[in-house]
Design a protein around this ligand. Structure first.
Ligand code: CTP
Length: 218
């Protein structure tokens, strides 16, 4: 199969030297890319700026902002059978990028932010993607309910739900514990493990979803 994976944070420029971003390390997305490659799949890794090295033998597309990630996904998605959106895309960006460094002229500075494009939410509609679609959800409350709602709204086959209120897992750490929320309403927990082990589990589930899709077409 050909699998597109998004990973890492995005950076939303404020001026030539500053940006808004988040603590995503890219580890989960990179672990997914490695696990998918090891399982024999072709991988396109669309990655925001991170400090880790991408796995060998995957196609790497580097982007900075949510808008750039949106365009890179648009370019590569139609050739793929599966898309896994593990990136922590900024939901807002500064409305304007100052052409020069902003000087500290006042005691307060109010930033005007506007929404970034919803890449996962554009997959089915705007991009016309018909393959297996997997999103991630980072939640601090009502994990399953929010993830199931996201799964339906974005027309995903699977949402990988992360409880980011738990210490030692998720953002910026090597371990994770997730709950898989499927489009049919079923849920499957994956207990705390390394992101590599979790990634292998997710790739196996994605292969199962792809087989179901193929047999439904026969
Ligand atoms: N995502 C995306 N494009 C965005 C924002 C998010 O593709 N502009 C993807 C992420 O890669 C992830 C999923 O959407 O797969 C996260 O969904 P989102 O609705 O942003 O979830 P949260 O960040 O948990 O936000 P909220 O609680 O506001 O719904």
């Amino acid at each position: 199969m050909k699998i597109l994976i998004t990973a890492g944070p995005t950076r939303e420029a404020l001026d030539p030297v500053r940006y808004l971003s988040n603590r995503s390390s890219g580890k989960m997305g990179y672990a997914l890319a490695e696990a998918a490659r090891d399982a024999g799949h072709d991988v396109v890794l669309v990655t925001g700026p991170v400090s880790i090295t991408p796995p060998d033998k995957v196609q790497v597309v580097r982007v900075e902002s949510a808008a750039e990630m949106f365009e890179a996904v648009r370019t590569h998605l139609s050739a793929c059978d599966v898309a896994i959106f593990a990136a922590a895309v900024a939901d807002y960006r500064p409305a304007e990028v100052a052409p020069q460094k902003i000087k500290k002229a006042t005691d307060e500075l109010v930033l005007h932010l506007v929404r970034t494009p919803d890449i996962l939410g554009s997959a089915r509609g705007e991009f016309g993607f018909k393959g297996v679609l997997v999103g991630f959800a980072a939640e601090t409350t009502d994990l399953i309910a929010h993830a199931q709602d996201k799964c339906l709204r974005k027309r995903c086959d699977l949402i990988v739900a992360n409880d980011v209120s738990q210490p030692g897992i998720g953002f910026d750490s090597s371990d994770n514990a997730v709950t898989l929320c499927f489009a049919d309403g079923t849920v499957e927990p994956i207990a705390q493990a390394s992101k590599s082990a979790i990634a292998r589990g997710i790739v196996t589930v994605v292969e199962r979803l792809q087989k179901h899709r193929d047999s439904a077409r026969d």
